[in-house]
Design a protein around this ligand. Structure first.
Ligand code: CTP
Length: 420
């Protein structure tokens, strides 16, 4: 398997030591790293550190007699898939933005045709300076990618924006860029992996859109029709996908739990609102999962004012059909979008689930019998059968978070088989 070639540029800031961690993590993730440092960076970290870990000469100065390559900035820049600068000071950003090439790293930038990603780190005032912001805007317009700095306590003991983004997040963004880039070596969508403990970034190329929770259909301003869905299964899938590097967007109805980490959440309480939110977000998605328990019917006329009893012994609500979000998504799919549904059933589970898959035009359906102990609504566990055109996997009782990973494993298999 060919490795990604990363040119890691290190400029002179206190966060330079974190470039070592970035380099180690890249090396564990199918990347071969060559390092270039500015003179000031060597005040913070010794080139020897990078040399010992890459087994390569670390270039600081083209003209250094110890440099084995006489035209290093050309060769270095032509042989990489990505030039990554960690940390990037205001000075190196200014040089890149203005085409100044007075040292090895800035000359390399000018000579570089590969993608460029910059992770700035600096004092808040320097970051907020109009000059710095102007340079960043210019570079963005030139197609340079940025890993934005975050807010936090800085080395100068002030609190504000300018802190280098977490090392893991930098590497996630690097890998996402590499696998998505048109020049990518993984055009067959064979995924790259990142080894952070148990975490695997095998979904870095995917953008997951998922509905979670139950919908609420208003009868009047104080009453509604809903169901027992908690959103736990959907949020488990969202969280697992985020942990595996996917960009995750959740459209959430009524839920009993809060949002998962690292995901974007839009609230959409009724089936119609959920449908609108999904259709708005869909063009950006590569995978759609319908995990919400969407009401099939809503009151035909939701009253504007509270409905009064007025001595009536019975009351009839007229219901009208809601849009089938999942079926609509499948109907409008394009560009290899994978569409996955859930089927919560009380009997004849697999047959009903299979027919749902066919009727709605799905790639996969996750079926469960909600009458089984440990598989119903609002539990932390589930017992599921994952069904696709060619396979059926019956899974035992397990935590929803574990099931979420199994579902994602199967989605990935589908992706790879579709690509092959
Ligand atoms: N679903 C949807 N929009 C709807 C109804 C269902 O997106 N209006 C999705 C659910 O999110 C789930 C799948 O369709 O992924 C199956 O939902 P389910 O309620 O089990 O099936 P229905 O199609 O509603 O069929 P039935 O109620 O007859 O079993």
């Amino acid at each position: 398997m060919s490795k990604f070639q990363i040119g890691l540029g290190v400029s002179g800031g206190i966060a330079a030591y974190k470039a070592v961690e970035v380099m180690r993590l890249l090396q564990k993730s199918r990347c071969e790293v060559s390092v270039a440092m500015t003179r000031h960076a060597t005040e913070f970290v010794q080139p020897l550190t990078f040399r010992a870990l890459t087994d390569k000469h670390v270039i600081v100065d083209d003209y250094d007699p110890a440099n084995p390559d006489p035209i290093a900035h050309i060769n270095f820049s032509q042989n990489i898939d990505l030039l990554l600068v960690v940390p990037a000071t205001a000075n190196i950003i200014a040089k890149f933005a203005n085409g100044v090439a007075d040292d090895f790293l800035s000359s390399t930038y000018l000579a570089c045709t590969a993608a460029v990603m910059i992770a700035p780190a600096m004092n808040t005032t320097m970051w907020e300076q109009p000059a710095t912001q102007r340079n960043i805007e210019r570079l963005k317009a030139d197609g340079v990618h940025f890993v934005e700095p975050v807010a936090g306590e800085l080395a100068c003991k002030t609190v504000g924006t300018g802190k280098l983004e977490d090392v893991e997040n930098i590497v996630k963004q690097v890998l996402a860029l590499l696998v998505q880039s048109p020049k990518s070596k993984v055009q067959d969508r064979e995924k790259t992996t990142l080894d952070i403990g148990h975490e695997t970034l095998d979904l870095a190329a995917e953008r997951l859109l998922i509905t979670v929770g139950g919908t609420r259909e208003a009868i009047d301003p104080v009453r509604y029709i809903s169901n027992y869905s908690s959103g736990k299964m959907g949020y488990a899938v969202a969280e697992a996908a985020g942990a595996r590097g996917a960009e995750v967007t959740v459209v959430a109805g009524q839920t009993t739990i809060d949002t998962a980490a690292n995901v974007k959440v839009f609230r959409a309480l009724s089936a119609v609102e959920m449908h609108d939110a999904v259709m708005r977000e869909l063009p950006n998605a590569t995978i759609f999962v319908g995990a919400a328990a969407v009401a099939d019917y809503r009151p035909a006329n939701s009253a504007d004012a509270k409905i009064k009893k007025d001595g009536k012994e019975t009351m009839t609500l007229e219901l009208t059909k809601t849009p089938d979000i999942l079926a609509d998504v499948a109907k409008h799919r394009s560009n290899g979008l994978l569409v996955i549904g859930f089927a919560a059933e009380t009997n004849d589970v697999v047959n009903y689930a299979r027919s749902k898959m066919q009727k709605k035009g799905l790639d996969m359906v996750v079926a469960n019998d909600i009458t089984k102990e440990g598989a119903g609504f609002n539990t932390d566990t589930n017992i599921a059968t994952i069904i696709s055109k060619d396979s059926q996997i019956d899974l035992p009782l397990m935590p929803k978070r574990e099931l979420a990973d199994k579902i994602l494993d199967e989605i990935l298999k589908l992706r790879n088989s579709n690509a092959g």
